[in-house]
Every structure is written in structure tokens, then in C-alpha cells.
Design a protein around this ligand. Structure first.
Ligand code: ZN
Ligand code: ZN
Length: 274
């Protein structure tokens, strides 16, 4: 399994020169399985370049491409109208949120609304690709091609889901937009257990978090605590705050590495083989 970060920023894109090192695009991660099949996590603004790269590589997956969404806050869906594969009638794209205790409304209507002509010139039904929207109430599923998926509900305003994806003996956990309300959430530790790579929300510094209770995010220190308790092999800090330029994040990374040498800050364009 290979993970490629196309968007590492939280909340809003920051296309500014002092943000290029860690990246300005919002949440989007490409997973490439050992079979060369792909899946995508979140459709933030990073999905635009992801689609362009797939087209440039003539990526031939014309049956189901799954875009697994953590939730539908704007920074996780905003890039979808610029995902060129969605304009190709030969492509089958499934947009999915999986997990029990559904609190997120019908995702099809949310994507329709985002592309109403008040906001965008092309409506969802004219986009071209065969689209499917799927919100199964399940916590665990094994796909026929040997990929296991486990979902866990996260504490976040409006709801969000974290995913544990296993292929063979390698496990990726994607856990963004999560607030640890009282101490560290044991469900997040369980979801992350012994993962080869944990991608975890780290929007704030520990000091900033004090003033951001109820906003739905974590500090880097909490992400490190999850990684330690869950004994993960590597930790990628993710969903960087739009007011944290590169110089700031480099300082954070130095502090993080002192605390947990296997931790790093996710950068746009970074590829990690598990
Ligand atoms: Zn977000
Ligand atoms: Zn959110």
C-alpha cells in the first residue's frame, strides 16, 4: 500500500508562498493498493491535482473508484467539482461515508447543493461519470480484493468518521477532524492500534487548543499521545491550521520529533510506502 498526500491543510486552502512547503490544499489522500487499484480519502481541494495526475498517467481504473469521506465539511468536499475523472462518462465513482450512528445527512443532496447554479456552473446530474452515493451503517467490511475497512465515529461538530484500512499485513488509519473531549478518546486509540501509519488531526498547538474547545480538532500533542498509546509505527500530523505558515510548522515538527521520533508533519506531494 502506498499513501500520497494531495491536501494536508485544514479549513480553507492557503495558496500563499510561505505555505508551499507543507502545502496549501485541503484534505485529500490517495491510496494505491498493491494491485495498483486506488481509493481516495476526502475530496478537499487537493483532489484537483490528484485527478490531473491520474489522467496524465492514463490510470485505467474504470470500475468503481471509491472516495471515502470523513465527513462533508467544506474543506473535505470542495475540490470534487474540479476532479476531472468525474466528467468522464466511462468512470464509476462511489462517494461514501461508512460507519454506525449516522449523523451526517444524505450525501447525495449535499453534493448536489454544492453544485447548484448559485455556487457552480455545472450541476451534479450533468457531470458525466456514473456516480453512486453510499452511507452504509457498518463498522467493518472486507472487500473482495482483500482490503479490510473498519470505521469509527469521531467526536466532531456534525459528526465525522475515522477509517482503518488494511491490505495484507499493512494498516493505514485516517483520523482527521477529531476532538478528544476528555483525555484521549479510547475509540481513536483502538481504531489506531498497531497501525503502520496513523494520519491524525493536529490542527492546533497544545496552547491554542485551550481556546478552541468545541471546534472539533486536536493538538499535535494529543495526536502523539494517541500514537504512543496505540503503538503505531509512524504518525503523520495532518489538517494543518490555515494560519500556520511553513516556518511555524517547522518549529512544531522539531518539538514533535523530540517527543516522538517516528512522527512527522504531512506535506503535500509526500509519498509513503507501507
Ligand atoms: Zn476539516
Ligand atoms: Zn470538519
Amino acid at each position: 500500500m502506498k499513501v500520497t498526500f494531495y491536501g494536508t491543510r485544514g479549513s480553507i486552502p492557503v495558496p500563499e508562498p510561505d505555505f508551499v512547503r507543507f502545502g496549501g490544499n485541503t484534505s485529500c489522500v490517495l491510496i494505491t493498493f498493491s494491485t495498483n487499484r486506488i481509493a481516495i480519502l476526502d475530496a478537499g481541494t487537493g483532489i484537483r491535482k490528484l485527478g490531473n495526475d491520474l489522467l496524465a498517467a492514463s490510470h485505467g481504473q474504470y470500475d468503481e473508484i471509491i472516495i471515502g469521506l470523513s465527513h462533508t465539511h467544506w474543506d473535505h468536499i470542495q475540490g470534487f467539482p474540479f476532479f476531472k475523472l468525474a466528467y468522464d462518462s466511462r468512470r464509476h465513482i462511489t462517494l461514501s461515508i461508512r460507519g454506525q450512528g449516522r449523523s451526517i445527512k444524505d450525501i447525495e443532496s449535499i453534493f448536489e447543493r454544492q453544485m447548484q447554479n448559485d455556487f457552480f456552473p455545472v450541476s451534479l446530474d450533468k457531470i458525466g461519470a456514473q456516480l453512486k452515493f453510499w452511507q452504509p451503517e457498518l463498522t467493518r467490511v472486507t472487500h473482495p480484493r482483500g482490503v479490510d475497512l473498519e470505521a469509527s465515529k469521531l467526536n466532531h461538530p456534525g459528526g465525522a468518521y475515522g477509517y482503518r484500512i488494511t491490505e495484507g499485513n499493512k494498516t493505514l488509519v485516517y483520523c482527521t477532524d477529531v476532538e478528544h473531549a476528555d483525555g484521549i478518546d479510547p475509540n481513536v486509540v483502538y481504531l489506531s492500534r498497531n497501525a503502520d501509519l496513523l494520519i491524525h488531526d493536529a490542527q492546533y498547538t497544545p496552547e491554542e487548543l485551550q481556546g478552541k474547545k468545541g471546534w472539533g480538532h486536536s493538538s499535535w500533542e494529543q495526536a502523539v499521545e494517541v500514537a504512543e498509546q496505540a503503538e503505531v509505527k509512524r504518525l503523520a500530523l495532518f489538517h494543518h491550521d490555515p494560519d500556520h505558515p511553513d516556518a511555524f510548522l517547522l518549529n512544531v515538527e522539531e518539538e514533535v520529533e523530540k517527543r516522538l521520533p517516528s512522527a512527522f508533519l504531512a506535506r503535500e506531494g509526500m509519498e509513503i510506502k507501507l
